[in-house]
Design a protein around this ligand. Structure first.
Ligand code: ZN
Length: 426
C-alpha cells in the first residue's frame, strides 16, 4: 500500500473529526516560542507519531539570532479593589501578552491603560499580542470591557519566569526507499488560536501518522517548531543535511472556510510548486496562487537566499487576511472538520503526485506504437468524445523522452496526474 491508496481507504470525514478533536485537545494549552506549553503540546502529539523532542539551550547562537530565555507562566490577573479578577489568565491565555516579564504592583486605571490592548474595531474579541524580543508586559481584553472598567486601584500580577532554559522543537522522521526528503513544517508557538497554528499542527500530525503506515518512496521529515526562531534554529543545526530536502511545505491556517491558497517557493518553478498547483487546479474548487514574498511563516527562512529550498506554504485564507486572525475569534468554532478534511485530502494528493512523479523514456519512440493490436485503442475508429484516456496515453507516449516528468505531461495535456499515472501503473 502506498500514499495514493491512503485516500481510498481512509474515511476522510472521520479524519476531519479527528483533526478537530486534536485541535480541541491542544487548544487550552498556553504555548509560546519556548517553555512548558510547547513541550506539553509535543507531549500530546507523541503518542500518535514517532516524535523526537530536541532542546536547544538559551544563548545558543543560531546564525544572526540567539536562542532566547525560556518563558513559563503560572498565573496572571488584574484584580480590582474588591478583590475580583477583572482580567484573568485562567479564563483565556490570550489575556496576557505572551512573553510578558513578571510584574506584581498596584496601579490606577490611567497607569494601567498603556499596558492594556484591545481591538476597537472588534469590540467583543480579545487580541493576541506578544513581546518576544523586548522586556515588557501587558494584558489583552475586549474593547467593550476596557470601556466599562471603572477608576479604581488595580492589583496587577503576572506570575511568569524568563530564565535560562531551552528552546524545544519536535521532529518526526519517516524513512523511505530514498534518502531524498520531503519536509513538512508547522509552527506550534501560539496559545489558544485554532486556525493559526493548531490546524497546521493537527494536519501535520495526522499526515505523519498515516504516512507511517504505508510504503514511501521519499523520506519524510515533519518538524514542529516555534515560528521564526524555530526554523532558524533547525536550519542552523541541520545545515549539512538540507540538500536532502527535495520538496517542502509549510502548513498553516488550514481549517477556515476560505479557499485554498498556495504561496510558491522563492524559486517559483520547483516541483512542489507545480505539484500543488496541479492538485488545486484539478480540485474543482476555487483557489489562489501567490508568488513568494519574504514575510509570512517559516518559508521565509527556508527560502532565504543562503538556503533557497523548494518549500512553499499551503494555507486556506492567508494569515492577516481574515478578521479572526490573531484574535480570540480564531477559535474552535472558526475551524471546521469539513475544511480540515479538505485541506488534509489536498495534502495527500500533493504528496501522492510527488511520490509518483518520475521521468520515463518511451521504448518505442519512432512513430506511434500500434495501440490497437495491444488492445489499447478504441475498436471502432472515428468515434468522437470517447478518447480521454487515449489522449492521456498518447501524450504520455509522446512526451516520455526522458526530459518530461509525468507531472509536466499531465499539465501539458490538461489531464489529471492520476490519469497519466494510470497509463503507466494501472
Ligand atoms: Zn500567527
Amino acid at each position: 500500500m502506498n500514499i495514493t491508496d491512503l485516500k481510498e481507504i481512509l474515511d476522510i470525514e472521520q479524519v476531519g473529526q479527528g483533526l478537530h478533536q486534536l485541535i480541541s485537545d491542544l487548544y487550552p494549552i498556553c504555548r509560546s516560542i519556548t517553555g512548558n506549553g510547547f513541550r506539553e503540546t509535543l507531549g500530546q502529539i507523541q503518542p500518535l507519531i514517532p516524535l523526537t523532542l530536541h532542546e536547544v539551550p538559551t544563548g545558543t547562537q543560531v546564525f544572526d539570532w540567539t536562542v532566547p530565555r525560556e518563558w513559563n507562566i503560572r498565573d496572571a490577573y488584574v484584580r480590582n479593589s474588591q478583590g475580583d479578577r477583572v482580567i484573568d489568565f485562567q479564563k483565556s491565555n490570550l489575556h496576557v501578552v505572551n512573553y510578558s516579564v513578571p510584574v506584581h504592583k498596584k496601579l490606577s486605571l490611567e497607569e494601567l491603560k498603556p499596558n492594556l490592548f484591545t481591538l476597537p474595531d472588534r469590540p467583543d474579541w480579545v487580541p493576541y499580542r506578544t513581546s518576544y524580543y523586548k522586556d515588557s508586559w501587558g494584558f489583552c481584553l475586549t474593547h467593550r470591557q476596557l470601556l466599562e472598567l471603572p477608576d479604581d486601584e488595580y492589583e496587577v500580577c503576572i506570575d511568569t519566569t524568563l530564565e535560562p532554559g531551552s528552546l524545544t522543537y519536535g521532529e518526526c522522521y519517516l524513512p523511505g526507499e530514498e534518502s531524498d526528503e520531503v519536509l513538512i513544517s508547522c509552527h506550534a508557538c501560539h496559545p489558544s488560536l485554532a486556525n493559526d497554528n493548531l490546524a497546521g499542527i493537527a494536519i501535520a500530525t495526522h499526515l505523519a501518522k498515516h504516512l507511517g503506515q504505508v510504503a514511501r518512496r521519499y523520506s519524510y521529515r515533519f518538524i514542529f517548531i516555534p515560528a521564526t526562531i524555530g526554523s532558524i534554529t533547525w536550519l542552523s543545526r541541520n545545515e549539512e543535511h538540507v540538500d536532502r530536502i527535495k520538496h517542502g511545505l509549510v502548513l498553516s491556517c488550514l481549517g477556515d472556510p476560505g479557499k485554498s491558497t498556495y504561496k510558491k517557493s522563492r524559486r517559483g518553478d520547483a516541483e512542489i510548486d507545480r505539484a500543488v498547483l496541479h492538485v488545486l487546479q484539478h480540485s474543482g474548487q476555487d483557489y489562489e496562487a501567490i508568488d513568494f514574498f519574504p514575510y509570512g511563516y517559516d518559508e521565509r527562512q527556508y527560502c532565504s537566499p543562503g538556503f533557497n529550498l523548494p518549500v512553499g506554504c499551503l494555507m486556506r485564507t492567508p494569515n492577516s487576511k481574515y478578521p479572526e486572525y490573531h484574535t480570540s475569534a480564531d477559535n474552535l468554532e472558526f475551524v471546521q472538520p469539513v475544511y480540515l478534511q479538505d485541506s488534509f485530502a489536498k495534502c495527500l494528493d500533493i504528496l501522492s503526485v510527488l511520490e509518483h512523479n518520475k521521468t520515463y523514456v518511451n521504448q518505442n519512440p519512432k512513430c506511434e506504437p500500434q495501440l490497437g493490436k495491444r488492445g489499447l485503442y478504441r475498436s471502432v475508429g472515428g468515434a468522437a468524445g470517447s478518447g480521454i484516456d487515449e489522449m492521456a496515453m498518447l501524450w504520455t507516449l509522446n512526451l516520455s523522452d526522458g526530459k518530461h516528468s509525468l507531472l509536466e505531461i499531465a499539465d501539458r495535456s490538461g489531464s489529471e496526474f492520476s490519469a497519466i499515472k494510470k497509463r503507466l501503473m494501472p
